[in-house]
Design a protein around this ligand. Structure first.
Ligand code: 3UK
Length: 523
């Protein structure tokens, strides 16, 4: 009976042929299938505390599904996950999905104010949270009229042990909304991207198998956490599609933590972001010998990988980095470098199964060598943003998604990143809205107004730089700059703070008073 519930993937074609049955619950395909295919004894995940086989995970997922349903998470209702990377994440994510509830992973680095918005916007009825994050989540949960239960991860064990070990999957269909992922908006308001049950197998087949070439004997480690679409694919859905093993680490991925994990776990595939690759390379002691001797390929996404970082990594680590661009909206990577055809400094070529186009302002294709707006079409594009009609209309045009990125294609067909068409910044691979940082700066009583733009650091990677106009010019100086940085770190997710503060007498503005950020970007 289960047979007909799996997606069929024929990876011998380009693009791989993916057939998803109409009646389809992704948890059956990604979790239960492994036991049915005789892979039950294989380790699915290793985390800081232990490991779990596919058989044990199947049981854990079933118990989590029962427990969530008993707590009031019904069909189509949201379950928020504010979890560090441990085995609890896949257990709760798939448990929710299997009973037809909708898991919503949340960025674990945010503030109570952010969570207050996210819990209300998603109307999550259950929140599962790492104990360390409980203090930030609890006030937000209390402020939401929808949350029925907040479950600290430390209570999951007892809760799951008390639940039945077998669970019939909710009879969802391939086009049902399966999970949401939030993406930051330019005004600072996050947008919930709605993804379907069929999307996970599409990204796994087209990108992970078709381009990355993931296999059953791989050990995957992603420094990008599971709550990002990038990490979710890297360390959960991709390895789980082929029955590989994933390494999960709860700690912040500092170069030391990443190198220690490489050494101890010997991954064959590593997923990182440009800032991390650059900071690992900054220490000459970091190389293949002090890392994983089994590393065969790494991936980079989130922002463009500078060419010199790729070439230096290749020299030092004896394997390539495949830079590829993905998005929360498309779920994973749709334009990428590939094995044997790596052009550092570019995002490579379209992932077979996705179409991209570069267009000018009137929607006409731009010729090779000229930059244009990047649009993408593919079978994993989210269907809309939750309850944001205007933003959905501005982004989704029939089967096409506007990425907001500008790209140039050369005659060889390789695509090179050429900046954003809005003011949004990618910092360490994570969105930062200049508007949000400016508003937070303006809340400081010394600040009259502020403008925030991207500025390249010594590695060529963008970080926020603030131009600040003071109420009283005489206060300008290093002491106030340090105070403003600390002020932002306290009020916003810390990665959003401006790395440089420039005091200025006035900001360039249009006749209508709009800040001309582009004028501040130069120099
Ligand atoms: C930028 C890149 C240049 C680009 C993501 C892989 O980053 C991911 O999703 P987000 O929604 O951001 C999407 C935006 O980030 N970007 C991402 N990768 C690259 N720019 N080169 C790159 N290689 O502006 C894009 O529109 O946070 C990445 C897989 C899944 C993802 N969600």
């Amino acid at each position: 009976m289960l047979r007909g519930m799996y997606a069929l993937v024929d990876a011998s074609h380009s693009p791989p042929r993916v057939t998803v049955p109409r009646e389809y619950n992704a948890a059956v395909d990604f979790v239960d299938r492994h036991v049915a295919e005789g892979r039950g004894g294989k380790v699915a995940f290793l985390d800081d505390h232990g490991s779990i086989t596919y058989r044990e995970l199947t049981e854990r997922v079933a118990r989590a599904g029962h427990a969530l349903r008993a707590l009031g998470a019904g069909l189509e209702q949201r379950v928020a996950l504010c979890l560090r990377d441990t085995i609890d994440f896949p257990a709760v994510f798939w448990g929710a999905l299997k009973v037809g509830a909708v898991p919503v992973p949340l960025n674990t680095l945010l503030t109570t104010a952010d969570y207050t918005f996210l819990l209300r916007d998603s109307r999550a009825v259950v929140v599962v949270v790492s104990d360390e994050l409980l203090a930030k989540i609890e006030p937000a949960a209390r402020a939401s009229p929808f949350v029925k239960h907040v479950v600290p991860a430390s209570r999951l064990g007892a809760l799951l042990d008390a639940a039945p070990r077998e669970l019939e999957a909710a009879s969802t269909c391939a086009d049902d909304v399966a999970f949401w992922l939030y993406s930051s908006g330019s005004t600072g308001t996050p947008k919930g991207a709605l993804h379907l049950h069929s999307h996970l197998v599409q990204t796994a087949a087209l990108y992970a198998r078709g381009v990355l070439g993931i296999r059953e004997d791989d050990v995957v480690y992603s420094a990008a956490k599971l709550f990002f679409a990038y990490g979710l694919g890297n360390a959960m859905t991709f390895p789980m599609h082929v029955g590989a093993t994933a390494v999960l680490v709860a700690e912040r991925p500092t170069p030391a933590v990443v190198m220690r994990t490489m050494r101890e776990r010997q991954p064959t595939i590593f997923g990182g972001v440009p800032t991390l690759f650059a900071s690992i390379l900054a220490d000459p002691a970091h190389d293949r010998a002090s890392g994983s001797a089994r590393l065969r390929v790494s991936t980079s996404a989130g922002e463009a990988l500078p060419a010199h970082v790729g070439t230096r990594w290749r020299e030092r680590f004896g394997s390539d980095i495949l830079d590829g661009i993905g998005s929360t909206e498309l779920l994973h990577i749709f334009l990428s470098n590939r094995h044997g055809d790596v052009r550092y400094g570019t995002s490579g070529k379209p992932v077979p199964g996705y179409d991209v186009k570069l267009v000018d302002d009137s929607g006409e294709p731009t010729p090779d060598g000229e930059d244009g707006a990047l649009w993408v079409r593919g079978p994993s594009a989210c269907v809309a943003y939750w309850a944001q009609r205007d933003k959905s209309l501005a982004t989704f045009h029939g089967p096409w998604t506007r990425t907001g990125d500008r790209y140039v294609r050369d005659e060889g067909g390789y695509y090179t990143y050429a900046g954003r068409s809005d003011d949004m910044l990618k910092v360490g691979g994570i969105w930062v809205s200049p508007f949000e940082v400016e508003s937070a700066l303006a809340a400081h009583d010394a600040v009259l107004e502020a403008a925030v733009v991207g500025h390249a650091d010594e590695e060529g990677l963008v970080k926020p730089r603030a131009f600040v106009v003071l109420e009283d010019k005489a206060r300008a100086g290093d002491a106030l700059a340090a105070e403003l940085k600390a002020f932002i770190k306290e009020r916003l997710a810390p990665y959003k703070y401006p790395r440089w503060i420039v005091f200025t007498d006035e900001l360039p503005k249009t006749a209508t008073g709009k800040i001309q950020r582009y004028k501040l970007r130069v120099g």
